[in-house]
Design a protein around this ligand. Structure first.
Ligand code: PLP
Length: 373
């Protein structure tokens, strides 16, 4: 049998980002709106903590699932009072560990689509079967005796949707009723623009089957420092610890110190961050709205615009390739999120660049409609 990892393609978003970067470094004028990476500097408090840790030679291994003082800081900041806290090298290894520990070969894992690109591949790497559930379809219709878990991202990458309290409660009730684990990914929790964020952790009957993952990547612009955290019921956390100790080793000792420092920042920090992205979203959405044949989904959270391009070109991969070739704007095709006919635009660049991208997109679409592409 072929090794499982040979059956899994590498991340489409990372590959596209790489292609756009290569074009940029060869001198092409490219606006790269593929990567979900905050373009602001990480907080000074985090940088100072790393410098201090380096000066103190804190470069050795730390415990496999993180140092006790960071776990305490996570509990305080997130309000996670029960369950076991785990730290690792970003949200990704924690999500992967969660899937590995609750689903085995031949089991099924439900994914609400469109969904984050890595979920289906992580499920396949565990030897299990990803079962896409188109958003809005009744979850019950997709459960079988082999279903072990459901993965839910909230706020949603790529659509920018934010789930209501009723939707959160409905998913928790569904998971409990079918004895499924609920793997919740809340890495965009700080990017909710119109209302207060409600976590799955706040749903009272959620804790027994909830594996909740978050990280410093987006909230604190620390994606490259690889520091994520999770809370899980004790028996699952124990299995995840074993997995992480072998697969990852431990989190980065310097990133741990930075995380302790940034987790202490108050709400004013998050409000400023949200303000930047809210302004970008508003100006970009109003620049794109008049473009004919594009339909933009309402974006309440995360930092993506989700655009239906099927009236222009049903093949979203072709749309993205042509747009990159002709106008130098890099977007991610919806197929990468199991939802063809759409594209994702990450507004992770300064406003003037976003305005330029909107102009180019409009020129491209108008030319495409008149058969000029
Ligand atoms: N989950 C979602 C929904 C994401 O969009 C991303 C990154 O884009 C991740 C997880 C990965 O987060 P981390 O950098 O903490 O591994």
């Amino acid at each position: 049998m072929k090794p499982l990892s040979r059956c899994v393609p590498s991340s489409v978003t990372m590959a596209l980002d790489q292609r756009a970067r290569t074009l940029l470094s060869s001198g092409k004028d490219v606006v790269n709106l593929t990567a979900g990476q905050v373009d602001l500097p990480m907080p000074e408090e985090g940088k100072a903590a790393i410098r201090a840790a380096l000066d103190a030679d804190r470069t050795g291994y730390v415990p496999a699932t993180g140092s006790a003082d960071l776990k305490e800081a996570v509990r305080r900041r997130m309000g996670w009072n029960d369950g076991a806290v785990l730290i690792s090298a970003g949200a990704k290894p924690l999500l992967f560990a969660a899937i590995e520990c609750v689903a085995g070969i031949g089991d099924e894992v439900l994914l609400i689509t469109p969904c984050y690109t890595s979920y289906p591949e992580m499920v396949r790497l565990a030897g299990a079967l990803p079962v896409p559930v188109p958003h809005g379809e009744p979850l019950e219709r997709f459960v079988t005796p082999r279903t072990k878990a459901i993965i839910v991202n909230h706020p949603v990458n790529p659509t920018g949707a934010v789930l209501s309290k009723e939707e959160l409660a409905g998913i928790v009730d569904f998971a409990n009723a079918h004895d499924l684990y609920l793997i919740a990914d809340e890495v965009y929790h700080a990017f909710v623009y119109e209302e207060r964020f409600t976590s799955f952790y706040d749903v009272s009957n959620a804790h027994a089957r909830l594996i909740l993952v978050n990280s410093t990547s987006k909230t604190y612009a620390m994606a490259g420092l690889r520091l994520g955290f999770a809370v899980a019921p004790e028996p699952v956390a124990e299995a995840m610890s074993g997995f992480l100790s072998h697969a990852v080793g431990c989190p980065c000792s310097l990133s741990e110190r930075a995380a302790i420092a940034v987790l202490e920042l108050d709400e004013a920090y998050s409000e400023t961050l949200r303000g930047v992205f809210r302004r970008r979203r508003d100006s970009l959405a109003s620049a794109i709205a008049p473009i004919p044949d594009l339909t933009v989904s309402p974006c309440e959270g995360a930092f993506y615009l989700w655009i239906d391009v099927s009236a222009v070109e049903p093949d979203d991969v072709l749309f993205c390739n042509r747009l990159l070739e002709t106008e130098g704007v890099a977007l991610t095709p919806g197929s990468a999120f199991l939802c063809p006919g759409h594209v994702r635009l990450a507004y992770t660049k300064p406003e003037p660049m976003l305005a330029e991208a909107a102009l180019r997109l409009e020129r491209f679409v108008r030319a495409y409609r008149s058969g000029g592409r």
